[in-house]
Design a protein around this ligand. Structure first.
Ligand SMILES: Nc1ncnc2c1ncn2[C@@H]1O[C@H](COP(=O)(O)OP(=O)(O)OP(=O)(O)O)[C@@H](O)[C@H]1O
Length: 257
């Protein structure tokens, strides 16, 4: 369970990027975070994984308040949060298996990871995850030999190898074609359901967000202007979030999927 309470962020440059943001996400719920460019989506994700310190407010994960922690405490918090990135962030020259095992870096000692001697249980878990994301036969391949969709599957397996309590997913499909994007969204949803993982997906594609998430949070100028189901995200609400636009093509897109 993630709880964000009255979080605001004012950058040193003076921009108010988040304005009194509050919401909570129960275990297993996948939330699509939408809003125009500059609305504060990345800032919110960064406040949660503690790359950015909120100016005020608090964030708690599984009952532990994670705002205001020391840098030593942050290491243990970050390993509880799995990150999945638009550009995958894999180590290209390493194998698929080694990339997945790097999800354990927050747990194993420096020398174990330097010598690439991960505990047996970690390796077994990595194999099980590669099987789950459909990449078992690619375990020994170098990451740079994979397609975009396969790379994102490695990114998902790596985040899960970490045993996270929360997934933060940043534009997971922005570099993928429409079919692969849907496969990746479906896989993410299934895994979060299976593992009762809460997740936030920062996503520009409103059609995909409506199709695959059960709840959407709309940010505008740092404030939450919508928090509801895909069915409640009407044209009027879309205009409130993004401004005046002809949304009929969006409806057609949704119907044709
Ligand atoms: N490091 C920073 N220093 C100063 N201002 C920043 C910084 N990062 C973001 N901002 C400002 O905070 C506001 C919110 O930016 P943010 O990147 O969180 O929006 P976003 O919704 O993620 O946008 P996009 O969809 O384009 O990634 C913007 O006005 C931006 O200029």
């Amino acid at each position: 369970m993630l709880e964000v309470t009255r979080v605001s962020k004012i950058y040193a440059a003076g921009d108010k990027a988040l304005d009194d943001v509050s919401f909570s996400i129960p275990a297993g719920q996948v939330v699509g975070l939408i809003g125009p460019s500059g609305a504060g989506k990345s800032t919110l994700i960064r406040c949660i994984n503690r790359l950015v310190e909120p100016t005020s407010g608090s964030i708690s994960l599984g009952g532990t308040v994670i705002t205001g922690m020391s840098s030593r405490e942050l290491r243990s918090v970050r390993r509880r949060i799995g990150m999945i990135f638009q550009e995958y962030a894999l180590v290209e020259r390493l194998s698929v298996m080694e990339n997945v095992l790097s999800g354990r870096l927050g747990y194993v000692s420096f020398w174990r990871s330097f010598l690439r001697r991960y505990p047996k249980a970690d390796v077994q878990k990595a194999f099980a995850l590669l099987d789950r994301v459909g990449l078992m036969q690619h375990a020994g391949k170098r990451a740079d030999a994979l397609s975009g969709g396969q790379r994102q599957r490695v990114g998902i397996a790596r985040a899960l190898e970490q045993d996270p309590e929360l997934l933060l997913i940043d534009e997971p499909t922005a570099s993928l074609d429409p079919k692969t994007s849907r496969q990746i969204m479906r896989l993410l949803l299934e895994i979060c359901n299976e593992q009762h993982l809460p997740a936030i997906i920062n996503i520009h594609d409103v059609v995909l967000a409506k199709q695959f998430t059960e709840r959407l949070i709309g940010l505008k100028a740092g404030a939450i202007v919508f928090d509801g189901t895909p069915a409640e995200l009407t044209d009027t609400v879309l205009t409130r979030i993004y401004g005046e636009e002809d949304w009929t093509t969006l409806d057609n897109d949704t119907e044709s999927d």
